[in-house]
Design a protein around this ligand. Sequence first.
Ligand SMILES: [Zn+2]
Length: 450
Amino acid sequence: MPHAPDFAVTSQKVVTPEGERAAAVLIKGEKILDVVSQHNIPEGCPVEDVGNDVVMPGLVDVHVHINEPGRTEWEGFETATKAAASGGITTLVDMPLNCIPVTTTLDALNSKIASTKNKLFVDCGFYGGLIPGNLNDIEPLAKAGVLGFKTFMSHSGIDEFPKITEENIRKALPILAQHGISLLVHAELENCIEKTENLQTYKSYLATRPKSWENEAIKLLIQLCREFQTPIHIVHLSSSDVLTEFAQAREEGLPLSIETCPHYLHFTAENIADGDTRFKCTPPIREAKNREKLWQGLQSGTIDFITSDHSPCTPELKKMDEGRFEKAWGGISSLQLTLPVIWTECINKGLSLNQLTNWMCSAPAKFIGMDHQKGQISLGYDADLVCWDPDSTFLVEPAIINFKNKLTPYEGEELFGVVKRTYLRGNKVFESGHFVNDPIGKTILRNHAT
Ligand SMILES: [Zn+2]
């Protein structure tokens, strides 16, 4: 029987593109052989029945800062990919900063790929970086297989990754178009300088990065996209002001896309305690009213998907003892928690597993050109699966966190959605709190067969 499955994963709640249903996912080697009713499992096929737990495609998180090589004390490939596997994520994409060197040259990409050896517990792709002066590096990085280019319109947080100007973007877009590759933009324009000293209250920090920074940057990017017709992606949207204009631009057929993150969808500025720098990120977390509009943007399809923007650092850099926002590192650690955070919100809002699967699996897979292989439970796709209990809760505490530095603003929260098992390309990699396989994750390089 050459086509006999190796085993089947069955559940009452398998999330397929056609909806949630009782089904058996038949797995052969690394692939999904078929999705059938539980009565049609071939005789003799071993069955792993997860009962009422959800079986969903492994999550695809296309915005993660892993920081290796160079700032491995902040995060590394082993800890980040273990955290991912334990959170049901089977594919992630690493940002070109804050590693040393930053991924703005082919040599830097090669040193990063070399540093992943024997450390990947999930599959991992990479972005290149676009900074002033590296236009000649776009082609070699694109040919080597980066999945997009990331750039900043405001200070990135580290000096070795300088911000870009409109003129730089204008020069880069035609080159990116030649390679059919997206530009990912941190969209904030520093259009005014507010008081930036002694920021102890959250309100004072929020005032230093107003919505207008994002709004103006995104309006400029829409205009540039219209002019050059090159795919532009807005990372980590916080301001909801531009959603209507953004939706209109897409109706024109412009190749624009946009993501937001769990911290903007879960926390609100009103509830952040003064001095609590764990919540510092850029752009900042805004008010409850803004958060509701981001949820509406997701539901209407204007916002394409959700990423973690896991951006960790050592605890010292958060300056919790001083509680001064202007001195603290801006970035939130959340890898491993994104599924339960978003699911908890979905329960409150009456949103479905299929919507969540679109935002966290299929849409991000499409963004990185992997929608023929990742992010969906369908025949021929990679057998990347997460099995999780949607009805149980758990407490976020340092002991259960697998990313390197345990400081996170989610600590102390009780969240719905307990990940029980994760399969990567047909191999069980995580079960009941334990890693049960070698680091079998692969690197994902664009236009290269894996
Ligand atoms: Zn980021």
